[in-house]
Design a protein around this ligand. Structure first.
Ligand SMILES: *Cc1c(COP(=O)(O)O)cnc(C)c1O
Length: 384
């Protein structure tokens, strides 16, 4: 019944975990879910206020424009200038998205012909590889290893593959490994993209969730980046707006035009009331970001202490709301996750769900409150 592209998708591991979670809850186990990457903190009140007002205005009830409201794109450009020191032309270097996931997935359709190669980090956010498959492209996995600080080793990619590759997805600060990079890394990427004529699609939704003085660079802040690619960003993680579905892509106008062409045939843009709320988020008081960062930092430190006293090794990440933790060598990541859930009620994501090179790790997320994280740590100590 289904198209081949559907059956070519890898099995959705996370559905299996959801099922196990449900079973555990049915058995009366008090589940602490550290597997979800979805902020538990509320959207700032002035943003909620803005959407309520905008929803009452009938002029917002009609189809939005394909590029997104110019006022929203101008707010994005001003935000990038302020936060990332990047100049963007709101007219043709910013595109509104219905969440960045939408733009990421549609990019594969904009740039891949049947059989074209996309370079996909492994482990990674599953959308890069799966959208490639849906677009009949070929994902070529580029390992992110601990030895290389979870960055791709560009030299090690097969020469024939680099010659054929059309696009490359990247994501720093990284989900799931929480790895971060400096601007010099993006410079190498720009050189690589130029040499091999590869479009870079950098995904940067955690750009503002950074700790201990670290600032996440924008890919666009590097000389030549605007010739080499685009960057996705989102209000989801920065302003606790995952449910609102609002994000954007910035950078090379020609590349954005390709993505826009796909979008005009698939969706009709983001609800204007949501874009107006987005403007309120981007241009209004920014104190909520600081609160978020402070909250995640506290949770991070509690969980790291807990994991260490349970005898597990863990690095302290400088960004994101994840910890990427090595599992005891006698376990696979799936067996460890299942065992942990059965014995302690704590749910984590097995690393292999993000790709083969995620094997040997699990991802803890910090989207539950400090009390629950402390409780999870107590249980882990008993279990280990
Ligand atoms: C959360 C997340 C996204 C999706 O963000 P939306 O804007 O909500 O679609 C994209 N990429 C990565 C790596 C994420 O973790």
């Amino acid at each position: 019944m289904y198209a081949k592209r559907i059956s070519s998708l890898p099995p959705y591991l996370f559905a299996e975990i959801d099922e196990r979670k449900r079973e555990a809850r049915k058995k009366g186990i008090d589940v602490i879910d550290l597997s979800i990457g979805d902020p538990d903190l509320p959207t700032p009140p002035h943003v909620v206020e803005a959407v309520c007002n905008a929803a009452k205005d009938p002029s917002n009830h009609r189809y939005p424009s394909y590029d997104g409201m110019l006022t929203f794109r101008k707010a994005v450009a001003a935000w990038y200038k302020r936060k990332k020191h990047v100049s963007l032309d709101a007219e043709d270097e910013v595109l509104t998205l219905i969440g960045s996931k939408e733009g990421i997935a549609h990019s594969a359709f904009a740039f891949l012909n049947h059989g074209d190669v996309a370079l996909i980090p492994d482990p990674a956010y599953p959308v890069y590889g799966n959208a490639t498959i849906l677009a009949n492209g070929i994902p070529h996995l580029v390992p992110l290893t601990e030895e290389n600080e979870f960055k791709p080793n560009l030299e090690s990619i097969d020469k024939e593959v680099t010659r054929k590759a059309k696009i490359m997805f990247l994501n720093y600060p990284n989900n799931p490994t929480a790895a971060t990079v400096e601007k010099s890394f993006f410079k190498e990427i720009v050189d690589f993209a130029r040499e091999h004529d590869i479009i870079i699609l950098h995904d940067n939704p955690y750009s503002e969730l950074t700790f201990d003085g670290y600032e996440a660079p924008s890919f666009m802040a590097v000389d030549g980046a605007k010739e080499a690619g685009i960057e996705f960003n989102s209000l989801s993680k920065t302003y606790n707006m995952t449910g609102w579905r609002i994000g954007f892509a910035v950078g090379n106008p020609e590349i954005l035009k390709g993505l826009r062409l796909v979008k005009t045939n698939v969706d009709s843009g983001a609800f204007q009331a949501v874009q107006i709320a987005g403007i309120a988020a981007l241009t209004g008081p920014q104190g909520g970001i600081k609160t978020n960062v402070e909250t995640y930092r506290e949770r991070r430190d509690i969980l790291i202490d807990g994991l260490r006293s349970a005898g597990m090794e863990v690095r302290k990440p400088r960004a994101t709301f994840y910890l990427w933790v090595e599992v005891p060598s006698t376990f696979s990541s799936i067996r460890f996750s299942m065992f942990l859930l059965e014995r302690t009620g704590v749910v984590v994501t097995p690393g292999v769900g993000f790709g083969e090179n995620g094997e040997g790790f699990v991802r803890f997320s910090l989207c539950v409150n400090a009390e629950r994280i402390k409780e999870a740590c107590e249980r882990l100590k008993l279990f280990m």
